[in-house]
Design a protein around this ligand. Sequence first.
Ligand code: SAH
Length: 218
Amino acid sequence: MRKFEDTYRHKGMRRKLVEVVRQKGIQDEKVLEAINNIPRHFFLDSAFDEVAYEDRAFPILEEQTISQPYTVAYQSQLLEVKPFMKVLEIGTGSAYQASVLAELQVQVYTIERQKKLFDYNKTFQYLRKYPNIKFFYGDGFEGLPTFGPFDRVIITAAAPEIPPKLIQQMKVGGMMVIPEGIGDVQVMKRITKLENGELKIEVFDQFSFVPMLVGKND
Ligand code: SAH
């Protein structure tokens, strides 16, 4: 089995990554601290050990990606979480984003549609550090009706539309951060569910995610 080591060298590279992400405009100190705490190289194949702390996305299993740290920080900052909130994540992938949220002391419910990724995360020792993450294999478009309603929803794949069932599973006053759009580029949006049932939509920067696909893949 692979031996994971977090050396001084890794920690030094990580501190530099935090500064890069800060320079790009992330100001939430708790989010930056979470990035500083998490050994990102554990989430990648050992072949990527030297580059794991570059601010880039990398391939993982099943042609999926571990998001760029800046993107993870950006979405986490927009989500404005507070400890003990219930947060639904669509697209577990490498579980790096889920770990950042776990470091922010929320209850994470994360869904992945790729069975191999879901199974891999069950064997990934480091994640035992976070009893506040619950992993689900399923279709994120359906959400988790029996576990809701949620304070926050974060979608980490390119969504063709705002998924109506996920809006239903949000609390009043709850927020969703979603990269919306098909094709190569998506617009990051933050949707707030207002008391009168209407949605407030704020529009932010452009990003590029792998697509959010309907159904499961075994
Ligand atoms: N949050 C991840 C980013 C992974 S990339 C990280 O931190 O690394 C997006 C992930 O969303 C992929 O693993 C993909 O399989 C998954 N995905 C795409 N459509 C989905 C859906 N409908 N339900 C659940 N997961 C989905």
